[in-house]
Design a protein around this ligand. Structure first.
Ligand code: ZN
Length: 343
């Protein structure tokens, strides 16, 4: 991880604009006993907004297990002039459920503290299915990122073109007005940093199978702490640019998005729940329906009729797109196999 002075000199040499994040904090407090949990909660409870990100083994999926809960404070003017952000890493493996309960009650499940996440679906699923707790008052920057594309002047055509790669270019061109009119690619953190020209050290690569090991190697803890730092940089940038102005709408969208799998915990290999497409009816929910709702055969979500192709459609627009992508993957694999046999 780069130090403050490293980044400062790098920004200077690149003549970057003044709103480029210019400092980072790699320090964190590890909480793995009752006292440290209580002290951390006292600090966290004095903030109205904090960043949340979790790590785990197959996090949020059936059979998955939460490892770390990372929370970072976001100082405001009212926090005082000398207030600096602090990061707390809760060890959910070393702490028993009883020891973690105050964190769940007073922070994760609290309406009084807003939790800023970047794609909070699996974090939510982990808390919901492992700890019987809902993350309340959630703001998902992945949705704000997606909606900022229009605010930044990206045309509908360019947004649909983001599907290229997941689908063949010819397929995107052929279906952009009908089949993919409702379908949007969501982006991960790395793509978000790139799209918004945020120069911050991206996530390192790790073997994600080791999250349940104890003692956990130090670089795993640093990795987890760095994630909430990155999310805080994105949050501050979005706040400055006005991408979070529509806060009530964004909060409702974020809750719908995070809680999406409450009815049925995902399996890791479920292609209809684990894909890079925005699920339907998250940004807005069609009204005046009910009798026409149906369950999608792919994602198993109850959706309104507008999310299906015609009256007999059995899969939603997004799940149909997943099928097209899977089929083209198989075709490409067959093509490669045929070439190898000929060579
Ligand atoms: Zn579906």
């Amino acid at each position: 991880m780069s130090s403050y002075s490293d980044l400062t000199s790098l920004f200077k040499s690149l003549s970057l604009p003044s709103d480029t994040p210019s400092k980072q904090s790699s320090s964190f407090t590890l909480c793995k006993d009752n006292d440290s949990v209580r002290t951390a909660i006292d600090t966290l409870s004095s903030y109205s907004t904090i960043v949340l990100d979790c790590e785990g083994s197959s996090l949020g999926n059936q059979g998955g297990r939460l490892s770390l809960v990372c929370l970072r404070t976001i100082p405001t003017v009212s926090s005082g002039p000398n207030s600096t952000a602090r990061t707390f890493v809760f060890d959910a493996v070393s702490l028993s459920k009883e020891e973690l309960q105050p964190l769940l009650d007073d922070v994760i499940g609290s309406d009084a503290i807003q939790k800023v996440v970047f794609d909070g679906r699996m974090d939510y699923s982990a808390f919901f299915f492992e700890y019987d707790t809902r993350i309340r008052n959630i703001l998902d920057l992945q949705l704000a990122d997606l909606q900022s594309r229009t605010l930044r002047g990206e045309s509908k055509m360019s947004q649909t073109n983001r599907l290229t790669g997941y689908l063949l270019r010819s397929e995107v061109n052929a279906g952009r007005h009908v089949r993919y009119g409702h379908v949007q690619m969501i982006g991960g953190i790395s793509r978000c940093l790139k799209d918004h020209n945020l120069l911050v050290q991206d996530k390192a690569h790790l073997d994600h199978l080791r999250w349940l090991e104890r003692p956990l190697p130090t670089h795993y803890l640093s990795y987890a702490a760095h994630d909430v730092y990155i999310i805080s940089v994105i949050y501050e940038h979005f706040l400055k640019r006005g991408y979070l102005n529509n806060s009530d709408t964004l909060a409702a969208q974020s809750t719908r998005y995070a809680s999406i799998w409450e009815n049925d915990q995902p399996r890791e290999e479920d292609i209809y729940r684990r894909n890079p497409l925005l699920p339907l009816e998250i940004l807005s929910v069609p009204t005046g329906t009910g009798a026409t709702d149906r369950i999608c055969d792919g994602c198993n979500r109850k959706l309104t009729r507008s999310s299906f192709q015609g009256i007999n459609g059995t899969k939603c627009w997004v799940c149909m797109t997943v099928d097209v992508s899977e089929n083209s993957k198989e075709e490409r694999a067959r093509f490669r196999g045929g070439n190898r046999r000929r060579n």
